[in-house]
Design a protein around this ligand. Structure first.
Ligand code: COA
Length: 177
């Protein structure tokens, strides 16, 4: 289930942000004591921030927001819808991230039809690279930032059409989804 953060997610958020495994390719974790001090009783809610809930417990988060790639990032991504994902390590390897991200992207497709989505990840982040490919993202470019090679991927509306799509069944040539 995808839902807003609730008070009962506080410990899972702290775990997610303090985990060195989760942050291996994200610049390192935040100190746990700082998180314990600063995290509000109910973790902050933001538009596009979704808790991934499995049987009543938070296993990760998905963020859909407008990209701000910064000075080292590709200017082409600025202002586009961006997908980000963080899951607790014990939830890796079951397909939960793929299922949850696909649902979030389906929601976006219904809400903003034709909206392209961008994604950034380190090329060394093999799990993330596999997930991005599974979700239909394709490489736009690679660039160096924060001492590592970064991958800029995009999922354009055209990617939604399978190889069998054609003008007669509403394929891209027909100008609609
Ligand atoms: C990136 C991340 C979300 C990927 O998680 P993940 O669990 O590997 O991703 P998926 O949901 O696609 O699961 C795929 C795995 O589930 C397995 N799986 C098991 N049952 C499955 C099922 N029923 N359906 C699909 N996959 C299944 C697949 O075989 C695959 O395992 P493998 O990688 O060992 O081959 C996770 O590693 C993570 O949170 N990393 C830290 C945060 C991060 O780096 N984010 C990127 C910055 S945007």
């Amino acid at each position: 289930m995808l839902r807003e953060p609730e008070a009962r997610d506080r410990a899972a958020f702290i775990e997610l942000f303090a985990s060195s495994e989760v942050h291996t390719y994200l610049g390192g974790p935040r100190p746990r004591d700082e998180l314990e001090r600063e995290m509000p009783r109910t973790p902050e809610r933001h538009p596009g921030l979704l808790v991934v809930d499995l049987d009543g417990a938070m296993i990760g988060q998905i963020i859909l927001r407008r990209a701000t790639p910064g000075p080292q990032g590709p200017p082409a991504a600025a202002g586009k819808a961006e997908l980000g994902y963080l899951f607790l390590p014990e939830a890796w390897g079951f397909g939960y991230a793929a299922e949850a991200c696909a649902a979030a992207l389906d929601w976006l497709d219904d809400t903003l039809p034709g909206e392209p989505v961008v994604l950034f990840t380190q090329t060394a982040n093999v799990r993330s690279m596999r997930l991005a490919a599974k979700l239909g993202f394709t490489e736009v470019s690679r660039y160096e930032a924060w001492g590592a090679e970064q991958w800029f991927g995009m999922r354009s509306p055209v990617t939604l059409f399978g190889p069998a799509a054609s003008a007669s069944d509403g394929g891209p040539e027909a100008g609609g989804r």
